[in-house]
Design a protein around this ligand. Structure first.
Ligand SMILES: *Cc1c(COP(=O)(O)O)cnc(C)c1O
Length: 380
């Protein structure tokens, strides 16, 4: 089976992990801060907080923005469930903004309309979570301007988009947001097995996220009530936090992977352009690339008629296709929380025709030819 996505692990990656295993620190050593610095370089942000998943990163981001009971978080239906779940972790309520029919990202028009209605009703959200679907940035200038206008904080779910750019600036520089979050799950652009990281330019938010990552415990003198004792053993718990720490092995793997980030993205672009050409004459809608954005190309989602027949035909042909995403609001868990089919028609219409075909740096042209042949047969 050709998978839809797959990690790319080199001998150097393996050696980097082994070196950590032979070192003094398996956790809370030098690799995590080095990884945070390296991601900040790539993303153009001042502060980075590495954690054990992007889900954890989204959670500590919401905590840093003081999202709590009585507050609202809005995200898109076309995402993984984690983007919405983190609102509930904080006791907030969650709602959705429909996507744009061309980019499959949050629609600024739908957002403008929903914010205006929420202002009339007194139900404005505290936090907005746009998702950079498939590695292509959402229209952050428009979304950021609306968020500022209504006093809403923004967390970019950039799980798909490490190494992408928006208007020639790196995704993650938080030019139009408070915090951005990356995932390093094996199907994403670079991997740490499990892992995530939040970037911000706000020192206060970074400090709150560091506390939330590690039990709310600090050794920073300026955060403590008492004078720290000599010798450095003293610490204080100043808030409620979790153990969301990334290990040293994960950070070392991430640092090693990062040296090939641009190669991975270039390879994904080469393969995507080849798909564009090979699929041009088939009755499928190819993913549009916005001129504002250089995508990290996490996914190559096509739209087909008769998706429910095409999908099993591809699987039967050994092509590990997938669907990104089942609209979150249609999940049973969210249906009993007041949502129903029909609430976000653009995301639903997109979903009904969606298939993600394989795209990853190790995909060969021969693999791709097999995918194209199988897709051609299935839609023909
Ligand atoms: C993968 C993903 C997440 C969750 O990432 P983890 O690192 O697995 O927790 C969140 N949002 C989106 C859009 C994702 O694709």
């Amino acid at each position: 089976m050709i998978p839809y996505g797959r990690q790319d692990i080199s001998e150097d990656d393996i050696a980097a992990v082994v070196a950590v295993l032979q070192s003094d620190f398996l956790t809370q050593g030098p690799a995590v801060p080095a990884f945070e610095d390296a991601i900040c370089q790539v993303a153009g942000a001042a502060y980075g907080v590495a954690v054990n998943s992007a889900t954890s990163a989204l959670h500590i981001a919401c905590m840093a923005l003081d999202l709590g009971p009585g507050d609202r978080l809005w995200t898109v239906p076309n995402t993984f469930v984690a983007s919405a779940n983190v609102g509930l972790y904080c006791g907030a309520t969650v709602d959705f903004v429909d996507i744009d029919a061309d980019t499959y990202n949050m629609s600024p028009a739908a957002l403008a309309e929903k914010l205006a209605a929420a202002e009339r009703d007194g139900t404005l959200p505290k936090v907005l979570v746009p998702v950079h679907f498939a590695g292509q940035s959402a229209d952050m200038a428009a979304i950021g301007a609306l968020a500022r206008q209504y006093g809403v904080r923004v967390i970019e779910d950039a799980s798909h988009a490490i190494g992408a750019t928006y208007r020639n600036r790196p995704v993650g520089d938080c030019a139009h947001s408070d915090i951005a979050v990356f995932s390093f799950h094996p199907v994403k652009i670079i991997t740490t097995a499990e892992g995530g990281l939040a970037t911000t330019n706000d020192a206060g938010l970074a400090e709150k996220m560091r506390l939330a990552r590690s039990h709310g415990v600090t050794r920073e003198a300026h955060l403590m009530q008492a004078d720290p004792a000599p010798g450095g053993w003293y610490y204080e718990q100043v808030s409620l936090g979790y153990n969301y720490r990334m290990t040293e092995m994960q950070a070392a793997l991430g640092l090693s992977q990062l040296t090939r980030l641009q190669d991975f993205i270039a390879r994904r672009h080469t393969l995507a352009r080849r798909y564009d050409a090979l699929l041009a004459d088939l009755p499928v809608t190819l993913p549009a690339q916005s001129p504002d954005s250089h995508s990290a190309l996490h996914l190559y989602p096509v739209q087909v008629d008769r998706r429910d027949a095409v999908f099993p035909a591809l699987r039967a042909a050994g092509i590990g296709v997938n669907v990104h995403y089942i609209p979150v609001h249609t999940q049973p868990f969210w249906q009993v929380r007041g949502f129903k089919w029909g609430d976000f028609p653009v995301a639903e219409q997109y979903y009904r025709r969606a298939i993600s075909i394989p795209l990853y740096s190790g995909l060969t042209e021969a693999d791709q030819d097999r995918v194209v042949a199988a897709l051609g047969a299935a839609v023909g």
